[in-house]
Design a protein around this ligand. Sequence first.
Ligand code: ATP
Ligand code: MG
Length: 274
Amino acid sequence: MQVDELSASSMCELMQGLECRLCVQNLSVYYGEFKALEDVNLMIPCKRITAFIGPSGCGKSTLLRCFNRMNDLVPGSRVEGSILLDGVDIYSEKYDLTELRRKVGMVFQKPNPFPKSVYDNVAYGPKIAGIKKKSVLDEIVERSLRRAALWDEVKDKIYSSALSLSGGQQQRLCIARVLAVEPEIILLDEPCSALDPIATQRIEDLLVELAGKYTIIIVTHNMQQAARISHFTAFMMIEKQGDPGRIIEFDETSRIFTNPENEKTERYITGRFG
Ligand SMILES: Nc1ncnc2c1ncn2[C@@H]1O[C@H](COP(=O)(O)OP(=O)(O)OP(=O)(O)O)[C@@H](O)[C@H]1O
Ligand SMILES: [Mg+2]
């Protein structure tokens, strides 16, 4: 679907009855004077994987970071428009930021476990949330590691340093750390770009499995990855040098990769630019 058709009603039609609790409305993002993103309108379907693709610098990470207000940490950054979660604007003053960060977890490009044990990495969030009882924490740690498809590999060394794990294991540990606080939405910014193909495959399998339970948004440079695992894809780009990034087309992934409406999308996915 082309950007000028991304109205609320056409978006609802596209979602075909899928529940959408996350809705981006007329979002623009600035870093100081610089406008990085303009007029983004998007609905994110629940319990599905949505991918953001597009050339470097078009604002994919910027958009992703808006969903848990990570951009707030950048001095001089500013957001116009709104992101509604269950009908409430996460940018409104009354929105509880701690609650938002619990509901919306994030996994980064490079695995970034804390220099602590595997156990402590996963137990960290629940402890901050006030859970003290060892038996409860043990249960959460095991459950989260199982959900992240890591338990079998680490069950005999959960008190060893997380830094002793392989890159792929560290990334699954970071996913387990997010799962431990029972989020609803998981944001991933190029989570496999530092991983080899086998570790990548394991993360992809895991994300597909997790999508039954969580709403997942992934930024990826790997178009095969987007095509393989995501249900919906937003193609973003900067149309003219100096312009802000925009969403050019948003649709079901199969459509974006087989029969896109916009020729710019087609040029990008066939590797003719970007
Ligand atoms: N912290 C920041 N301060 C100032 N400008 C920023 C900041 N982060 C991003 N930008 C600018 O915003 C624009 C979008 O950047 P962003 O990182 O969102 O792009 P991207 O699509 O994720 O790129 P890539 O694929 O290379 O990761 C770029 O022009 C970038 O230089
Ligand atoms: Mg990025």
